[in-house]
Design a protein around this ligand. Structure first.
Ligand code: ADP
Ligand code: MG
Length: 284
């Protein structure tokens, strides 16, 4: 991570001009093109996201930021292949996303995403074996490697109930990363943690990224977290989510919090997210 204070705002009416985005040459890994997502309930048709487009490049820490209910989780679910768009499409490495696959691994907010009856190492190895990717022995080796990356080697034989919330999230991250997906999908993974643990996990995720340079699509409703974690941030309007703007933001660390540049960007994002004069499009 560098700590230069500048940032680049890409206007929303120029959604695919990357001329001002350093380090983003080459083809996008994930493309969203005009994605509209809807839920049909008995009484209503709910539009969760409306004509959302963005590009995620290899090595991006790409953030979907917006208020609760703006469709962030729905977008992530759709990238995961669990919610087909009613309009538009996702393309991953040139192929349309049509169903779930091991090239997209998800980490959720909840602490109960691990198998309670399996040890830490068994939890991490399990998808490697069941997907047919590795033999049991190879899966154990790879699980150990990724547990060391999230600093949990000592707890490999513990059961989930013996771990803190932060440790469980680290197991979930190790399990997803061990599959070596093309893109890691994280849905508010630290939102249920206490403030200090959350902060440590944010730093650890960045450290992990520095060491392995994976591509991550990270959902949050916290402006602060988006600035800290993201290399790029997509701002979504309140329900239904539409793209408000996209920022390059690969500059900030916890030590910058409270500084002028950090606060200015925080305020600017807040205005862009909630300024009704920027709103438009359909009501859901
Ligand atoms: P976010 O993650 O940004 O909080 P969601 O993607 O969870 O937003 O939800 C977006 C909108 O879609 C909300 O209005 C929510 O109520 C609605 N929604 C989400 N899941 C369902 C569902 N399974 N059935 C009906 N509506 C849903
Ligand atoms: Mg959500």
């Amino acid at each position: 991570m560098t700590s230069s204070p500048g940032h680049v705002v890409r206007p929303v009416d120029d959604p695919h001009d990357r001329s001002s985005s350093p380090g983003t040459e080459g083809a996008p890994l994930l493309q969203a093109r005009g994605v509209t997502l809807q839920y049909k309930t008995r009484q209503h048709l709910v539009t969760a996201a409306y004509r959302v487009s963005f590009d995620v490049y290899p090595g991006d820490r790409f953030i979907l930021l917006g208020p609760s209910g703006c469709g962030k989780s729905s977008l992530l679910k759709s990238v995961g292949g669990h919610l087909p768009p009613v309009e538009g499409s996702f393309t991953l490495a040139g192929s349309p996303v049509l169903r779930p696959g091991p090239d997209r691994m998800m980490v959720f907010q909840e602490f109960d995403q691990l198998f309670a009856w399996k040890t830490v190492i068994q939890n991490v190895a399990f998808p490697l074996v069941t997907s047919g990717r590795c033999s049991t022995r190879e899966a154990n080796d790879r699980a150990l490697l990724y547990l060391s990356k999230v600093k949990l080697t000592k707890f490999k034989d513990s059961y989930p109930h013996m771990l803190s919330g932060g440790m469980k999230q680290r197991v979930a991250i190790a399990r997803a990363m061990a599959m070596e997906p093309a893109i890691l999908l994280m849905d508010e993974p630290f939102a249920a943690l206490d403030a200090l643990t959350r902060r440590r996990m944010q730093d650890e995720l960045l450290e992990l990224w520095d060491n392995t340079n994976f591509t991550v699509l990270f959902v949050t409703h916290s402006i602060e977290e988006a600035i800290l974690i993201g290399s790029r941030i997509l701002l979504l309007s309140p329900h239904p989510g539409r793209v408000r703007a996209e920022l390059n933001c690969d500059h900030f660390e916890h030590t910058d919090q409270g500084g002028d540049a950090f606060i200015t960007l925080q305020r600017r994002i807040h205005t862009m997210l909630f300024d009704e004069s920027q709103a438009g499009g359909p009501d859901a």
